[in-house]
Design a protein around this ligand. Structure first.
Ligand code: G3P
Ligand code: MG
Length: 233
């Protein structure tokens, strides 16, 4: 089972920062998940619409200029990174799952990912684009077929994993709180990988490994990796 660091090693470091990403790679994570949004024309790595939870600023991310966003602190010595900075940091050392938080960020984000494949040692297959905006994913798959796509769901859809297959996804990313064996099995029967978010407790990791889930997103990748290594012995 693959371990993806959720927003980097965000249990121990500020989420969606370069330090959290670097630490997750040091721990041996198979991949990193980040959230991206467009602000002042830049692809910013940031989860919330509002700034107050994770920065020393206030207001909406989208309302601030790039310079003002960069003046904010997201932890000691850490700024809100751009997608390009994250790609420069990883340099193809592990997979990167880019979660598109809204439609407007999609074009600039995928253009940046295409650049990373030409200049920054990434294989397109290391780049996974996910979103709750399934219609957006379907459009992106047409324009940029070289990348992997994953449909995010926080529910058990009426047609199970059918939507993800129709989009042309290689994986389904599902919320742990709606984990459903029928959905996992249906995804597997359609040839889709299944990754589950957000999984921090070892009891959950053990259960998901038994269910043959392909990957998990964890805020504590070192704990998850350590548990799996121990379980293999
Ligand atoms: O990509 C998995 C997970 O991050 C989706 O939800 O809200 O944590 O971005 P959220
Ligand atoms: Mg996310």
């Amino acid at each position: 089972m693959e371990i993806f660091a959720h927003r980097g090693a965000s249990g121990d470091h500020p989420e969606n920062t370069l330090i959290a990403i670097e630490r997750a790679i040091e721990f041996g994570a198979d991949g990193i998940e980040i959230d991206v949004q467009l602000a002042d024309g830049q692809v910013m790595v940031f989860h919330d619409r509002w700034l107050h939870r994770t920065t020393n600023g206030y207001g909406r991310l989208q309302d601030l200029s790039f310079d003002r966003l960069r003046a904010l602190s997201v932890g000691p010595g850490q700024q809100i990174p751009t997608l390009l900075e994250v790609l420069n940091c990883i340099q193809g050392r592990c997979c990167l799952n880019v979660e598109l938080k809204h439609k407007e960020v999609a074009g600039p984000a995928l253009t940046t990912l295409a650049f990373a494949c030409q200049q920054l040692q990434f294989d397109p297959q290391q780049l996974i684009i996910s979103s709750f905006h399934h219609r957006l994913l379907a459009q992106l798959k047409q324009h940029w077929p070289q990348f992997q796509y994953a449909g995010l769901t926080a529910s058990v859809p009426l047609d199970l994993a059918c939507f993800a297959e129709r989009i042309g996804c290689s994986a389904l990313h599902m919320d742990l709180s709606c984990l459903d064996e029928e959905l996992v099995n249906d995804a597997h029967q359609r040839g889709l990988q299944v990754r589950v978010y957000t999984v921090d407790e070892v009891d959950d990791i053990a259960h998901l490994a038994e269910m043959k889930v392909d990957g998990i997103f964890s805020n504590f990748p070192a704990r998850a990796i350590g548990y799996l290594q121990q379980a293999r012995q």
